[in-house]
Design a protein around this ligand. Structure first.
Ligand SMILES: C[N+](C)(C)CCCC[C@H](N)C(=O)O
Length: 280
């Protein structure tokens, strides 16, 4: 077994509340409007809401994803990482290993992601003396309140949508990365750092573009049970969102997701390759 350890990423970029707000609230005309309103109402702090928890979760979640992926590939292809450049795995194996990694990481991610979405959707300004406190005072308070009000299963609200979002799209993620690396690297050689950065960045974009429709549904399901309407299930959420807001609803947050995906995933893959070589 090899485990690429706690994978770093570019956290500050991965957790901007704008994307969640655009996807779940109808009060904004677009990214700029959302940013202006956030700044006016909540000052600069509004841009960093719900960040501490995702930052803490990134290392855990990425190590599950990349650890499960590389070990699944090991089992599927029966070749070690060192042998893999000489005998590259088939894209089917890469896809299956990515899906297994995506499936398992979704369950670790679910409670962290739920807390992030709930905290980022709180638009109250920072507590001022005399003003009512926000519903959730921070990540721990948020987790405890969900546990009390909605039971332990409440912490996994939206987990199914998250699993459906991540299982195929992480398969796509690793296939895109492998394909781009192989296109620009001579046979049998390791990809250069520049290739890894570019391939990782585009893998992130491709994966997020395909994941955004289910990302919208996932965020809405996670907000249900709080102030927004309750859905009978994922299908109900999809149908009623599309009926009320048109098909464009499934692409909300696409620009932000893609813009943050490039740098975040370029750095993620560079760290992954570096750790594999350092320990290999
Ligand atoms: C599958 N999905 C598109 C959701 C994520 C794919 C990239 C994962 C990376 N940790 C990131 O946050 O960008």
């Amino acid at each position: 077994m090899s485990w690429p350890g706690a994978m770093p990423s570019w956290p500050a970029c991965s957790v901007l509340p704008m994307q969640v707000r655009l996807q779940t609230q109808n009060t904004y005309r677009g990214i700029v409007d959302c940013m202006v309103k956030t700044y006016r109402h909540e000052s600069l702090l509004g841009f960093f809401k719900g960040m501490s928890f995702p930052i803490a979760s990134i290392a855990v979640v990425n190590s599950v994803l990349f650890g499960v992926y590389s070990n699944s590939l090991l089992v599927l292809t029966a070749t070690s990482h060192q042998e893999r450049r000489a005998q590259p795995p088939s894209y089917t194996h890469v896809f299956i290993a990515g899906c297994i990694g995506g499936f398992l990481q979704a369950y670790c991610l679910a409670p962290f992601d739920l807390i992030k979405v709930r905290l980022q959707n709180q638009t109250e300004p920072r507590a001022q003396p005399g003003s009512p406190p926000p519903r959730y005072r921070g990540p721990v308070h948020c987790a405890a309140s969900i546990f009390q009000e909605e039971g332990p299963r409440g912490l996994f609200r939206g987990a199914w949508a998250l699993t459906l979002r991540d299982t195929p799209t992480l398969g796509i993620y690793f296939v895109t990365y492998e394909w781009l690396c192989r296109q620009s690297t001579p046979d049998g050689q390791n990809p250069s750092s520049a290739t890894v950065l570019v391939a990782g960045g585009f893998a992130g974009i491709t994966s997020w573009v395909t994941a955004t429709p289910l990302d919208v549904i996932k965020s809405r399901m996670q907000m249900a049970g709080l102030k927004q309407r309750e859905y009978r299930g994922m299908l109900d959420c999809m149908v009623s969102s599309a009926r009320q807001e048109g098909l464009g609803v499934f692409f909300r947050g696409l620009t932000i997701n893609s813009a943050r995906a490039f740098p975040v995933n370029a750095v993620t893959f560079l760290s992954y390759e570096y750790l594999l070589h350092a320990w290999g």
